[in-house]
Design a protein around this ligand. Structure first.
Ligand code: G3P
Length: 215
């Protein structure tokens, strides 16, 4: 399963890119607003690191506006995936963009039927928001299992990108469900690396090593 960071912080992205476990980045208007930087500057910097998949979201709500923004965003760098919301206008824009060869990430997906539609119009990724479903008392991971099964039934090439991930169990369950990608905040990715028994074990090994005769 590919691991993406859900952030517009170049510092966070650089850190995980250098560790070597990062496959891509997703951004959204809220994450970009938090950074207080120009969107294009952030995108160019992240793509410049060599990150092969960087999702950049359109903010237009009509099809023509989405097409104009999507065409502009994809010209910024070959690693850009254009993020389009799951609306009727978004489906229409995705179909055109996909036919033009643009890779589209359909976002704000909350049902399996919406995911089916994203696949039908040729989206490269579908982004179901599981944390926000869990927050509503609905089964976010159940949605991922349904989408994975539907895409397998019909051999749709659209990749399932699990979004709105809140903790490491979400990542584990996404991998068990056969999702293609999980995108997560920096703090969650850090937790994938760490384990208290690893730290304790390493400290013990180093302490015992002091007792080994040297030279
Ligand atoms: O980027 C889309 C999604 O991952 C947002 O997550 O935590 O705002 O629900 P969250």
């Amino acid at each position: 399963m590919q691991l993406f960071l859900d952030t517009a912080s170049v510092a966070e992205i650089r850190t995980m890119w250098e560790v070597g476990i990062l496959d891509g980045v997703t951004t959204n208007p809220s994450l970009v607003a938090k950074e207080g930087r120009k969107f294009d500057d952030v995108l160019r910097e992240v793509c410049g690191l060599g990150v092969p998949s960087v999702s950049a979201e359109v903010v237009a709500t009509d099809t023509d506006g989405m097409l104009t923004e999507g065409r502009r965003l994809r010209e910024i760098h070959r690693s850009i995936y254009v993020k389009v919301p799951m609306t009727a206008a978004g489906l229409k824009a995705t179909k055109v963009l996909a036919q033009e060869g643009t890779r589209v990430n359909m976002t704000l997906v909350f049902s399996a039927n919406q995911a089916l539609l994203a696949a039908k119009v040729g989206a490269a990724y579908v982004s179901p928001f599981i944390g926000r479903l869990d927050d509503q008392g609905q089964d976010g991971m159940g949605l991922i299992r349904d989408i994975v099964q539907i895409y397998r039934n019909y051999s749709y090439p659209t990749k399932v990108l699990v979004a709105s991930v809140r903790h490491p169990i979400h990542v584990l369950d996404a991998a068990k469900a056969g999702a293609d990608i999980a995108t997560m905040p920096f703090a969650v990715m850090e937790k994938l690396v760490q384990h208290p028994l690893t730290d304790l074990g390493l400290a013990r090994f180093l302490k015992d090593w002091e007792k080994v005769p040297k030279g």
